[in-house]
Design a binder for this molecule. Structure first.
Ligand SMILES: [Zn+2]
Length: 177
């Protein structure tokens, strides 16, 4: 049984699970079955990891819920086959990760190459008014953005959110690195 499954079964048994520091805090209206408690304590470390919010405010479980919801919408509302729906959902997760882990940089210097603003090679603000901007040369942007996406894919893969395609990519990256 995985940590996610243990958590799911505990909730099905009416147990509310939250974390406090590195501990699980349980609440239930009635004493839960011993098997449920046993699985929770066996998977405690994994469950803490699942429920602990990251720097962007979302826990691995939040990301999983977001992915599942997007995949469900793509599969049932848009009628896509499951692998396509999952690829679609993964793309949504990458965009969301990039939004939630947005990078800002002060104007006047390219965040990628460190160069300045020149008439023949101007700095351009990328981003949105609300999130803020990152300043880059147009020519520096594609590689910088590709690097950001790689980071997003790796962060999501660490939370076991991936499509078959990205799993292969990550495995190849790990083998190459
Ligand atoms: Zn540059």
């Amino acid at each position: 049984m995985s940590a996610a499954k243990a958590l799911m079964e505990a909730r099905a048994a009416g147990v509310t699970v939250r974390i406090e520091n590195d501990d699980l805090v349980l609440a239930a209206a009635a004493p839960p079955p011993a098997a449920v408690l046993d699985q929770l304590s066996r998977h405690k470390a994994g469950i803490v990891l699942l429920l602990r919010p990251g720097a962007d405010g979302w826990s691995a479980e939040d990301w999983r819920a977001f992915f599942d919801e997007r995949a469900r919408i793509a599969e049932f509302d848009a009628g896509l086959p499951r692998p396509k729906a999952e690829a679609n959902a993964f793309g949504c997760c990458v965009s969301e990760w990039l939004n939630r882990n947005f990078v800002r940089s002060p104007p006047g210097r390219c965040l990628a190459c460190g160069g300045g603003d020149h008439a023949h090679d101007p700095l351009v603000p990328f981003g949105t008014e609300t999130a803020g901007h990152v300043w880059l040369h147009s020519r520096c942007w594609p590689a910088w953005y590709a690097g950001r996406k790689t980071k997003a894919v790796a962060a999501l893969a660490a939370m076991k959110i991936a499509t078959c395609e990205t799993l292969t990519m990550t495995a190849q990256g790990a083998a190459a690195g």
